[in-house]
Ligand binder design. Structure first.
Ligand code: TYM
Length: 334
């Protein structure tokens, strides 16, 4: 039997999970589970590049896991674990730090962005964050990494570092590829539609949290910034149309359609009618997830059993790679 290709991905439990995270990443993972061997983690180690409240971080890590499962990630099919439970991530990150250049890291837009937002805490972890992310991916000999567009630059650097390491020591790492969803790889802010929807947006009207009250979700969509043209058309390259393009993409994903088809369906109608339809589709899509979520989050023993088993299988795979790396660089391993 041909072995299934391996997938790795994860979300940071750093704040609320947005509709962007769901559409750009988690929803896509659900579809991939049947055809690939999937490993999904809660990336808690990444979150401390920005100060977190410890008790909240613990709570959000479990909530994120419950949300993965509620969205349709099946723990019997996919491996689910908490990043900090597998020390191989930190260990490989140290090694790869020594094979990554300052200049490469300085170019990362997320670093530039986060260091301007947290000017009082530009720590070394924030700078080397992509190396930890590369380690997450490379430890599992991952072939595909399903992420949103904003993470593609990190996948590029991961590939570069892996290729550099392989060039020195032979085929140690599989070279991974990023995998984007067809529509929705970059869900935009509802208030500033040329920017991405982000959980760190100081204006909560800009994003939809998967945990928002359903009325609030609908309200946010109905007050989404659009344009004054009054025409429902999908013009992905036209910035003036960014708001409408975004709503079309959201609607397309929530109704299993395409932005073009949705635009045809609503052509000639007013923005108000269209926004109400989008709001309804989003709320109806999230409702069953929330019901599942409420059930799962109440069962801590179930969650604990899954993340413990997950950490064991993750460690088994990761330690093989780590041992190989240690040997190659000259550490005594046996
Ligand atoms: P994070 O937690 O910021 O986001 C999680 C996933 O959601 C996607 N995403 C979006 N997709 C579409 N539209 C948006 N507005 C939007 N906002 C977020 C992200 O692209 C991502 O796929 N560094 C990563 C977490 C990580 C990781 C990894 C991912 C750590 N190690 C290894 C893959 C493999 C992050 O901060 O994602």
């Amino acid at each position: 039997m041909e072995e299934k290709k391996r997938i790795f991905s994860g979300v940071q439990p750093s704040g609320t999970i947005t509709l962007g995270n769901y559409i750009g990443a988690i929803k896509n993972w659900v579809d991939l589970q049947n055809d690939y061997e999937c490993i999904f983690a809660m990336m808690d180690m990444h979150t401390i590049t920005v100060r977190q409240t410890p008790a909240e971080l613990r709570k959000r890590t479990l909530e994120l896991m419950a949300l993965y499962i509620a969205c349709g990630i099946d723990p019997e099919k996919s491996t689910l674990f908490i990043q900090s439970h597998n020390s191989a991530h930190a260990e490989l990150a140290w090694v790869l730090n020594c094979y990554t250049y300052m200049g490469e890291l300085q170019r990362m837009t997320q670093f530039k962005d986060k260091s301007s937002r947290h000017a009082d805490n530009i720590n070394a972890g924030l700078f080397t964050y992509p190396v930890l992310m590369a380690s997450d991916i490379l430890l599992y000999q991952t072939e595909l990494v399903p992420v949103g567009k904003d993470q593609m630059q990190h996948i590029e650097i991961c590939r570069d570092v892996a290729q550099r390491f392989n060039a020195l020591y032979g085929d140690v790492f599989k070279i991974p590829e990023g995998l984007l969803v067809k529509s929705g790889a970059k869900i935009a802010s509802l208030q500033e539609p040329t920017k991405k929807m982000s959980k760190s947006d100081p204006n909560p009207k800009g994003y939809i949290s998967m945990m928002d009250d359903f009325n609030v979700m609908a309200k946010k969509i109905k007050s989404a910034v659009t344009d004054s043209e009054g025409v429902i058309e999908y013009r992905p390259d036209d910035e003036a149309k960014a708001g409408i393009n975004n709503l079309l993409s959201i609607m397309a994903v929530m109704t299993d359609s395409t932005p073009e088809a949705v635009a045809r369906e609503f052509s000639g109608q007013g923005y108000g009618t269209f926004k109400s339809a989008v709001a309804e589709a989003v709320v109806e899509g999230i409702k069953p997830i929330r019901a599942e979520y409420d059930r799962i989050i109440a069962d801590k023993a179930y969650l604990q059993d899954i993340y413990k088993r997950g950490a064991e299988s993750a460690a088994r795979i990761a330690n093989r790679t780590l041992k190989k790396v240690y040997k190659k660089v000259g550490f005594i391993v046996d």
